[in-house]
Ligand binder design. Structure first.
Ligand code: UTP
Length: 289
């Protein structure tokens, strides 16, 4: 049973400046919830009960958000605002949430390495704290857990992207072993269009076995002078095998402005309490564009 998740949330978020100058990008709201709450909710819906968030300087508001807020609860109770009260209480009860500080921002691989003591010897899920993933087949982390339970190896979520944009992503070089499941031969970070072995991009959700820490240890810096998680996955692929799972659905990297804007619209249109009024307004508004 996979019970632990790690959410890296220490990055600078420079692509969303100035909004992220003094506030974590993971706390930026999408409709009415911070991005990271969607991520935590996906983990919880996948059966995760223990979450480690990797945070850094300027990220204290993430800790506060997931802590209880007694004064606010009392105020809402006095005013009889039960709906808001329940929503607030529920945030701190979602899971057992822990924090560790990444001392220097050396990259995603380094952020995940900080989880080694907390995770111990168990398999665990990694969910990027600035990325919302939606699938009609249920939570993507749960889909990865199911694949791990079948194959017993690390599994990464893959998303099909246009061939012309592969150089923005890490992609798998893999062999399809069953519908939508690939055994990895290798992973290539930001390949050129001509050399890309596939158009299946690594998609913000991972299932790792604990030996990933062995490969992250002493890993030299890679692309962009950062410690790259993909480099550790390559080592693990060669040594022990790794899988990829192509999921149906959408990935919203809220850390870039265009995706951020689109995500707000798409998720607002999915909300029962907002969608009708918002859709009518949007239709009217777009007539004048
Ligand atoms: P990004 O690749 O989006 O990096 O990280 P970033 O530095 O936050 O963003 P930009 O490019 O400056 O806009 C993906 C996820 O990994 C975390 C980020 O917080 C984000 O949730 N991360 C990244 C870390 O925790 N530590 C790092 O050193 C880098």
């Amino acid at each position: 049973m996979v019970k632990k998740a790690v959410i890296p949330a220490a990055g600078f978020g420079t692509r969303l400046l100035p909004a992220t100058k003094s506030q974590p990008k993971e706390m930026i709201p999408v409709v009415d919830k911070p991005v990271i709450q969607y991520v935590v909710e996906e983990a919880v819906a996948s059966g995760i009960t223990d979450i480690l968030m990797v945070i850094g300087k300027g990220k204290r508001s993430i800790e506060e958000y997931f802590d209880r807020s007694f004064d606010l609860e009392q105020r809402l109770e006095e005013k009889g605002r039960t709906q808001e009260l329940e929503a607030i209480k529920q945030i701190s009860q979602l899971a057992d949430i822990h924090f560790v500080w990444q001392k220097e921002l050396k990259g995603l691989g380094d952020a995940v390495y900080y989880a080694r003591h907390h995770v111990g010897n168990e398999p665990f899920v990694v969910l990027l704290g600035d990325t919302i993933v939606e699938s009609p087949n249920g939570p993507v982390s749960k889909q990865l857990i199911n694949a791990y339970e079948k194959y017993g190896k690390g599994v990464v979520a893959l998303q099909e992207v246009e061939k012309s944009v592969v150089s923005r992503y890490g992609v798998i070089d893999g062999t399809e072993v069953e519908s939508n499941v690939y055994r990895a031969n290798d992973f290539i970070e930001k390949p050129s269009v001509e050399s890309a072995p596939s158009n299946l991009a690594i998609g913000g959700r991972y299932l790792f076995t604990a030996d990933i820490f062995k490969y992250l240890k002493n890993l030299p810096t890679g692309v962009n002078n950062e410690i790259q998680l993909t480099d550790a996955m390559r080592l693990q692929t060669k040594a022990n095998g790794f899988y990829g799972l192509k999921y149906k659905g959408m990935r919203y990297d809220v850390g870039n402005k265009m995706d951020y804007l689109k995500t707000n619209i798409i998720l607002a249109l999915e909300r029962e309490d907002l969608k009708d009024e918002f859709r009518d307004w949007l239709k009217e508004f777009s007539k004048n564009l």
